[in-house]
Design a protein around this ligand. Structure first.
Ligand code: PLP
Length: 233
């Protein structure tokens, strides 16, 4: 298992680097988050031994069981799935970054929890770019709501807003989702001009089936499960 996962990590890193160069970008500007949902602790440890430093989970229930039993110094954990408000307390204690902030109410709650813990929490705002396929995220079409969310969340004292995240729809051909990734990048560029005081450095976009297109379009974080660990049962 270690050999397989090590080879997969190396292959994915090489594909990320090649896509970055095609997009005229520095490969080191792209962070690989290994999405470990459904994977065993041994598989997670194998990925870390292979050099992965960022891990992602999409459900608090699973993360609550998995993360505390793994002692992985120097590794950070990312919440990438929909987060219910009533799970926010556990999530604030488990994760270094919440990528899936999809309401101002959730952001306020996370801010209060991070304040209680006296530990700043990194967050991304999830955007539903295509308006289809994904249920979560601020719709791209509601620009006023998005602007209000960025303005308020950037001002929350215990959160550190670092950018935007999206989940594209499932496509036969990854070229079909290129406009989704380009759309998120264009939004980020607009917001950089509109909110120069906010460091919107991250664009989290791209998964196993479409990460190369996402990197060509400017992804700084890709979230990859199956290309590293194989198909999910
Ligand atoms: C599962 C998941 C991923 C990784 O998906 P793969 O297709 O296995 O690469 C990425 N992002 C989110 C939000 C996920 O839930």
């Amino acid at each position: 298992m270690q050999d397989t996962i090590s080879a997969n990590v190396a292959a994915v890193q090489a594909r990320i680097a090649a896509a970055a160069r095609r997009g005229g970008r520095d490969p080191s500007a792209v962070t690989l988050v290994a999405v470990t949902k459904t994977r065993s602790p041994a598989e997670v440890e194998a990925a870390v031994r292979a050099g992965v430093r960022h891990l992602g989970e999409n459900r608090v229930e699973e993360a609550e069981h998995k993360i505390p039993q793994l002692r992985l110094p120097g590794v950070s954990w990312h919440m990438v799935g929909h987060l219910q408000s009533r799970k926010a307390r556990q999530a604030a204690g488990l994760f270094d970054m919440i990528q899936s902030v999809d309401s101002v109410r959730l952001a306020r709650k996370l801010d209060a929890l991070a304040g209680e813990r006296d530990a700043p929490l990194a967050v991304l705002i999830e955007v539903n770019v295509s308006g289809e396929g994904t249920k979560y995220g601020f719709p791209l079409s509601d620009r006023p709501a998005l602007e209000a969310a960025v303005a308020e969340i950037a001002g929350l004292r215990h959160l550190c807003l670092q950018g935007l995240m999206t989940v594209a729809f499932i496509a036969q051909d990854p070229e079909e989702v290129r406009p989704v990734f380009g759309g998120l990048r264009a939004l980020r560029d607009d917001f950089r001009a509109r909110f120069p005081q906010v460091d919107l450095r991250h664009l989290s976009m791209g998964m196993t089936d479409d990460f190369e297109v996402a990197v060509e379009e400017g992804a700084t974080i890709v979230r990859i499960g199956r290309a590293l660990f194989g198909p999910r049962m």
